[in-house]
Design a protein around this ligand. Structure first.
Ligand code: HEM
Length: 118
């Protein structure tokens, strides 16, 4: 008789503990989803320092492009002066060539980052 009572108590405990676990799990799960949605649905607000208007971007590209064209022209002129007219301007030709390539790389990278439609 005693063991029968013990069995009943154990069964009741089992049923209650199972229902408590289920009751606790549901809010925990929904709380987890809420926490995750705070990360997934949050819109990234860019700071003032990062927000650049398209007009400013075009201006920066233009301001890089003008000296780039001038440097390229200078490199070509110096190259022709050296190659065709035999002037000793090799170092100047190299400096202009180096600056042209550097500016061309920067111009290309900035252009890709800002305007390539990823
Ligand atoms: C029509 C345009 C150009 C002409 C006629 C020209 C002419 C020359 C000549 C004659 C040399 C040989 C100099 C020597 O060995 O004494 C040379 C070297 C060189 N040029 Fe130009 N060049 C021109 C444009 C450019 C441009 C646009 C760049 C790069 C942006 C450039 C970069 C170089 C470099 C790096 C060298 C050294 C190559 C070496 O010595 O192995 N050139 N150029």
């Amino acid at each position: 008789m005693l063991s029968r009572c013990l069995q009943l108590v154990m069964l009741a405990l089992l049923v209650f503990s199972a229902s408590w676990t289920l009751a606790e799990d549901a809010p925990a799960e929904s709380a987890g989803i809420e926490v995750m949605s705070a990360f997934t649905s949050a819109e990234v607000e860019e700071g003032e320092a990062v927000v650049i208007s398209d007009k400013t971007k075009y201006l920066v590209m233009f301001l890089m492009g003008v000296p780039l064209l001038l440097l390229l022209l200078a490199t070509v002129v110096l190259g022709v002066a050296m190659g065709v007219y035999g002037k000793p301007v090799f170092v100047a030709h190299m400096v202009c060539a180096g600056l042209s390539m550097t500016l061309a790389t920067a111009h290309a990278v900035v252009g890709l980052v800002w305007f390539y439609p990823f």
